[in-house]
Design a protein around this ligand. Structure first.
Ligand code: MD3
Ligand code: FE
Length: 217
């Protein structure tokens, strides 16, 4: 009896949860490295500070963002795109730490996407009240590559819908250390983050930080 205990469950003893074809949650995958990741993020943000970007429509985004790696995702009056330099100072984004690259590649491989080499890491910072409305990630050239997302700090409720904006969304709690890999048929799903609840995290205080690893070109 015991060996089959988990066969009908969404989440087995290893903390892997398949949300949908191509979408896998690895619970706590980044936990052992969290303090090192947070130290790297602090260093990156001294060189490329968190800022609230403007949407093409002129609204300030709720989450504050920065980037590391060869390309950074930006939004301004002209649209959404990837740029090699930070528009705040005209200098290249800080390099992607080796620990980031390894974590992203290991998570992608564990989810069935071997050989993932991201060229962009968007770093989103949420404080209580901050949200991200439903959208698709479609500014990347290679939609065959997955996206790897790493959650740190305060928990969030993640919304993931279908391939049409009007499809119903499921909700998923994302906690400190959780990693989600989105690839294959889930790569273009609509997704978002509900307004963050008040709270204090032992390592990050009143913040959630999400690392989003992508292959942009
Ligand atoms: C599902 N960020 O930066 S990461 C974003 O938690 C973004 O900061 C959210 O959506 C955050 O674009 C969610 C998880 C994520 C990223 C890409 C996806 C989920 C995805 C692409 C397709 C489907
Ligand atoms: Fe997204």
């Amino acid at each position: 009896m015991t060996p089959d205990l988990f066969e009908n469950c969404d989440e087995g003893p290893s903390g892997r949860e398949e949300l949908a074809p191509g979408a896998l949650v690895l619970r706590g995958f980044a936990r052992p490295q969290a303090e090192g990741l947070i130290a790297e993020i602090a260093e990156i943000s001294t060189r490329a500070p968190f800022r609230q970007m403007l949407t093409p429509g002129g609204q300030r985004m709720s989450a504050a963002m920065t980037n590391c790696g060869p390309l950074g995702w930006i939004s301004d009056r002209h649209g959404y795109r990837y740029e090699p330099c930070d528009p705040l100072n005209g200098k290249p984004w800080p390099p992607m730490p080796a620990s980031f690259l390894h974590l992203a590649a290991d998570a992608a491989a564990a989810a069935g996407f071997p050989g993932f080499v991201p060229d962009a890491c968007l770093i989103n910072r949420y404080e209580p009240g901050t949200r991200m409305s439903l959208h698709q990630d479609r500014d990347e050239q290679d939609l065959a590559a997955p996206i790897v997302s790493v959650s740190l700090g305060l928990p969030a409720v993640f919304l993931f819908g279908g391939l049409n904006r009007s499809d119903r969304s499921d909700r998923l709690a994302l906690m400190h250390g959780d990693v989600v890999v989105w690839g294959g048929p889930s790569r273009l799903r609509f997704h978002g983050i509900l307004p963050m609840k008040e709270g204090t995290h032992a390592l990050l205080g009143r913040q959630r930080i999400n690392l989003t690893f992508r292959k942009a070109v």
